[in-house]
Design a protein around this ligand. Structure first.
Ligand code: COA
Length: 700
């Protein structure tokens, strides 16, 4: 069902419209009227004949027609009865403003469930409960008690916090920022963030989707749908409270490093969602996306009437990895011919402190014509003869004639530029309070364009022994064993194409020595117990053992010390394993996030992984490019490539390992967490070895 009746209803009924100023039911009615809503309004209040001169009805049935939208503002215990009435009258769209549901505890939760049941029965879609309402300036609809109706614009805003939406509204109204819609989703008992984001995706008025979220209801659907929307409309989200998984007991390195925040980061990256850290940043970005074209490339030209801010902009451009546009000879010639001799005709173009509006207009026009320029920032400081208003008008005029390249303004100061800033905003030129903010915005736009031009995602499928893994996994689940022991964990990864070191279990020192003699020295000894997950923590790993005697001594020591440290552990023996000699140790891991599914991890391996935390995460399934990008996102990458004359290792082999694990965890949703640590990689062309592997399962 389309949600258009929430934004553009032909008639609105307000159940609980109050006669009393200051009450929510009064404020919503008067806001709707004050906003100039042009449809029919039906206040419902059994105790009133009229409110503010508008005829009231005792109930919905008495209205005599089906309202397009019903707003409910009666106390919580009365809401189910009103919903029943909505079903009876065949209402399809409802906003429940009332609080006192899920957010207050089990009683409220029950009440909310009842409301959901009634709505489902009647085919009603509803926003709320516990919300601020809906605002849609292009339709003059202010069905909220959040504040005045803002001017129409291209930003669609969805908020999980009503209070934050009220603050945003106030800020936007003070600065003349326009919106297509603002929606407070409250407890999102029916319509959730994704429904609204999808509705924004379809709305012609909405050019950019923005929002504040505390949680996402259905993670993997969100990623899929948001990715499609981001391809034609940018999504800018502020997200808080994502660390719920932080305190979770994790049995793998990956699990302990992959908090909820990491999953959100990865999900947003996959979906092309731009994450914003503050309201200011979100508005900075949103204004540009809503009102300016996307830049075709990263090169930025700066026009300024003061040297200092020009340098600040230049520094920011370099720091952010954008390109400082190299103006063409033709551009420089044109500028030099018309500007005073003291003007700088290189980028940043300095039109000098005495520049009037016409100099800005000329310089901006010439610079935008330069094919080497993809975007322009216009800086202005209010000096004695500066014409802030006329300059703003000139920028708006140029933007109207030279379309296709984004123009961002940064008028510095306060009172002297106030009117100019207002004109800029009215003319759809985004204004920034510092050169850095303007540059940061351009950077986000350039990155977004890159994301849109991303190669099609092709996930390589390796030929593997899936049957083998199936039987191991099934057997463990049947027996209720969720942690797969090292030997079988290795069988699993071998089935997916990993090479592992040779070795066998010894029950006595004598057996250990025999195995070592067969393998050849040096060897590694590892304690063998299903109860000991982190062997090195209990002294359960000895590497580089070079003789039979050393093997026997190490065996005896482990068998003497470890039962004392871990009397609970059932010790089966000691694994004697060939020693993997050369190469760098990395970790490949996966943690299954409850919202977004398998989250792959890569980082420097061995025992240092949790100390150094130099890791990167991506959602599975991984493409080859994404696997490589995971490597590039770590500092470890530089070490792996080879520093100071050291030979690099086989980067491709690591990327392939990541893709193989990605395939394994995608094909087996029962795998909850896994680490291959260390994964030892040598020079290009050599076979990497998965020295140790941990896999844990969960019942599906
Ligand atoms: N149908 C229509 N109107 C009804 C009614 C019914 N079945 N039952 C009562 N009313 C009328 C009342 O007569 C009253 O009108 P009046 O003021 O003219 O007498 C009006 O509805 C409001 O009812 P009242 O009992 O006075 O409630 P209230 O205004 O004190 O509180 C809420 C109602 C919904 C505002 C309140 O329960 C609430 O939830 N407040 C919090 C809202 C909130 O914060 N939401 C989240 C924001 S993020």
């Amino acid at each position: 069902m389309s949600l258009q009746s929430f934004f553009d209803p032909k008639s609105v009924a307000i159940v609980g419209a109050s006669r009393q100023k200051g009450k929510v039911g009064y404020e919503i009615l008067t806001n709707l009227v004050a906003g100039g809503y042009e449809g029919k309004i039906f206040p419902i209040n059994p105790k009133a004949d009229s409110i503010e001169g508008i005829k009231c009805y005792p109930d919905l049935v008495s209205v005599g027609e089906v309202p397009d939208l019903v707003i409910i503002i009666v106390p919580a215990p009365l809401v189910p009865a009103v919903m029943d009435e909505c079903v009876k009258v065949r209402v399809k769209s409802v906003i429940i403003i009332t609080a006192g549901f899920k957010e207050v505890g089990p009683e409220g939760k029950k009440l909310e469930e009842e409301v959901v049941r009634i709505a489902r029965r009647g085919g009603i879609r509803f926003i709320g409960p516990n919300c601020l309402g809906v605002i849609s300036p292009p339709h003059k609809l202010n069905a909220s008690f959040g504040g005045d109706l803002p001017v129409p614009g291209g930003i669609g805003y969805v908020s999980q916090s009503g209070a934050l939406l009220a603050a945003i509204l106030d800020l936007a109204n003070a600065n003349g920022i326009g919106f297509s819609s603002l929606v407070s989703i409250g407890n999102k008992a029916d319509i959730d963030e994704l429904d609204i984001i999808q509705a924004f995706g379809e709305q012609r008025d909405t050019r950019v989707v923005a929002g504040y979220l505390e949680s996402i209801t259905d993670g993997d659907v969100f990623v899929r749908e948001a990715e499609q929307i981001s391809d034609h409309k940018p999504i800018l989200l502020m997200k808080s409270g994502g660390t719920e998984a932080g305190a979770r007991a994790a049995s793998s390195h990956t699990g302990s490093l992959a908090g909820g925040e990491v999953a959100y980061e990865s999900a947003f990256r996959r979906a092309g969602v731009i994450r914003c850290d503050s309201i200011k940043e979100q508005f900075d970005f949103a204004q540009a996306f809503a009102n300016q074209p996307l830049p075709e490339g990263a090169s930025v030209a700066v026009i300024t009437n003061a040297g200092g801010p020009g340098i600040m902009a230049a520094d920011a451009i370099e720091e952010r990895g954008l390109t400082f546009a190299k103006l063409s000879d033709d551009t420089k010639k044109k500028l030099a011919e018309a500007l005073p001799p003291a003007a700088n005709v290189q980028n940043p173009v300095d039109v000098l402190g005495d520049a009037l509006a016409d100099r800005y207009e000329f310089a901006l026009g010439v610079v935008l014509d330069d094919p080497n320029v993809n975007s322009a920032i216009v800086l202005l400081t209010p000096q004695a003869m500066t014409q802030a208003q006329e300059t703003a008008e000139a920028i708006v005029k140029i933007a109207g004639t030279k379309k296709g390249k984004p123009i961002l303004a940064c008028f510095l100061g306060a009172r002297k530029v106030e009117e100019g800033v207002r004109l800029l905003r009215r003319g759809n030129i985004p204004q920034y309070d510092s050169p850095e903010s303007a540059v940061a915005t351009l950077k986000v736009m350039v990155d977004h364009v890159r994301w849109r031009n991303r190669p099609k995602r092709v996930v390589r499928l390796f030929s593997v022994n899936r049957r083998k893994v199936e039987s191991i996994v099934e057997r463990h689940l049947r027996q209720g064993i969720l942690d797969i022991g090292e030997a079988e964990a290795k069988e699993i990864i071998e089935a997916y194409g990993f090479a592992t070191p040779k070795g066998s279990i010894a029950a006595t020192a004598e057996q250990a020595a025999n195995i070592a003699n067969q393998l050849g020295y040096p060897v590694v000894l590892k304690i063998w117990s299903p109860d000991i997950l982190h062997k090195s923590d209990v002294g359960g790993v000895r590497v580089g053992i070079r003789s039979e005697q050393e093997v026997k001594d190490a065996f005896d020591l482990m068998m003497y010390r470890i039962p004392k440290k871990r009397p609970d552990a059932h010790i089966l023996g000691v694994l004697v394993q060939e020693m993997v000699r050369s190469g760098k140790e990395v970790i490949i891991g996966m943690h299954r996030d409850p919202h977004f599914g398998p989250l792959m991890m890569f980082g420097m391996g061995g025992i240092m992984v949790e100390v150094l935390k130099d890791v990167s995460f991506y959602l599975a399934p991984l493409t080859a490019e994404e696997a490589k990008q995971m490597l590039l996102n770590t500092k470890t990458y530089h070490i792996l490539k080879g520093v100071r004359g050291q030979e690099g290792v086989d980067i491709e082999a690591i990327a392939e390992g990541l893709q193989r694990v990605s395939q394994l965890v995608t094909e087996f949703p029962e795998i909850k967490e896994m680490d291959i640590n260390p994964f030892v990689v040598g020079a290009p062309g050599t076979t990497p070895i998965a020295v140790d592997a941990r896999i844990s399962l969960e019942k599906k």
